[in-house]
Design a protein around this ligand. Structure first.
Ligand code: 13P
Ligand code: SF4
Length: 367
């Protein structure tokens, strides 16, 4: 579902949940969790709201949650507090007897929507003409199951922001070139980190079906899909320059979904997990401007009240789609399970799941 569709789609939440108090909802969630025990499992991504994360059985970044799903054999119901592609990954990595539920189907991801399978097949055909069989496809897990399956079928793998460097290095042991979907920024920042020059990177524009590059075609090592995260693109070089002037003591740390220019100007860059760990280890009274999702930045501020933690962009909002999962939707999905109804089940088509699990497994084996 595109961001526009998400904005226009009304919530199907029954009226009764809109009338309940926070205390009533929290009490009911606790009761249901207690009565289901291990049969119910609630993973929560770090970008989720506090009202939801308080009920998560496991919290983590995309990699940790994929690893947790792969390990969990007990739960009959996995109520995924995150976005659609994460729930798909959980479905692929769990058994047939386990049901994965997304509390609000409008919790998509604008980045994942930027690469569809028809565009990818068209791109592949064109790129094979330019480079013949020298390309390995890698996809950020922030992509649909169909894109993961495409990568699996062509010998490629998934990556997360925590292991992108390792996976890109591995990809170059397999083929001369990589196609990196769908986040051009994570792809560019990671390739640059391992010594590939910007001049050796091209950008595939899926809307125009055009390869954008300067220099010689034969020198291209990395083909970046022209996609981005609509949250992380809001951190700018201007934000960094303004902060350097107004508060030179501020440490600037950003997620690699930010643009290359922002990552280069920041003091530190790394995955969600890296950001959390860096702030944990930081000196008391140190100051941090963080370029990542706002729910997480606010939580880090609360957890580290001996440090100053602010958003790198003072006008930042949370990820709109992550925020679709809230207390009423969580309770609605849990009460449905209690009533024997599996609402909003995420079920990946069997053949897609088989191919996508090849790509995921290649990553998990190396993570
Ligand atoms: P990670 O959890 O891999 O850091 O990804 C960030 C993100 O944008 C999740 O949607
Ligand atoms: Fe997608 Fe960006 Fe939101 Fe993550 S933060 S779910 S990549 S839009």
């Amino acid at each position: 579902m595109s961001i526009l569709e998400i904005l226009e789609t009304p919530s199907l939440l029954p009226e009764r949940y809109k009338q309940m108090s926070v205390e009533e909802m929290e009490t009911r969630i606790k009761e249901i969790k207690a009565s289901f025990g291990n049969r119910l499992y609630i993973p929560g991504h770090h970008y989720q709201k506090d009202e939801v994360i308080q009920f998560a059985d496991a919290t983590g970044d995309s990699l940790q949650l994929a690893q947790e799903s792969a390990k969990n054999d007990d739960a009959d119901y996995i109520v995924f507090c995150g976005v659609h592609f994460m729930a798909e990954t959980a479905d692929i990595l769990t058994g047939d007897h386990q049901k994965v539920i997304l509390p609000d189907m409008r919790a998509g991801c604008s980045m994942a929507d930027m690469a569809d399978i028809d565009q990818t097949n068209r791109a592949w055909e064109q790129l094979q003409q330019y480079f013949s069989d020298t390309i390995l496809p890698l996809t950020y897990v922030n992509s649909t199951a169909a894109i993961k399956a495409f990568c699996g079928k062509h010998g490629g793998a998934t990556v997360t922001s925590s292991n992108a460097k390792k996976m890109v290095e591995w990809a170059f042991t397999q083929k001369e070139r990589i196609l990196f979907l769908p986040d051009q920024h994570l792809g560019r920042n990671t390739a640059f980190d391992i010594g590939i020059e910007l001049a050796q990177m091209a950008v595939w524009d899926p809307l125009a079906s055009v390869l954008e590059y300067e220099g010689n075609l034969e020198d291209i090592k990395v083909i970046l899909w022209k996609g981005h995260c609509s949250v992380h693109e809001k951190f700018t070089v201007d934000n960094i320059e303004a902060l350097r002037k107004s508060d030179p003591d501020m440490n600037i740390i950003v997620h690699p979904e930010c643009s290359h220019e922002v990552v280069q100007k920041a003091d530190y860059a790394g995955s969600t997990h890296y950001i959390i760990e860096t702030l944990k280890k930081a000196e008391p009274h140190s100051k941090w401007a963080v370029g990542t999702e706002m729910n997480l930045v606010k939580r880090l501020g609360k957890q580290h009240d001996d440090k100053t933690v602010v958003s790198l962009n003072p006008n930042m909002c949370p990820c709109l789609t992550m925020n679709r999962i809230d207390l009423p939707h969580l309770l609605w999905s849990l009460e449905s399970i209690e009533n024997g109804i599996v609402m909003n089940e995420i079920k990946v088509d069997n053949q897609i799941a088989v191919d996508a699990s090849l790509a995921l497994q290649r990553m998990l084996d190396r993570a």
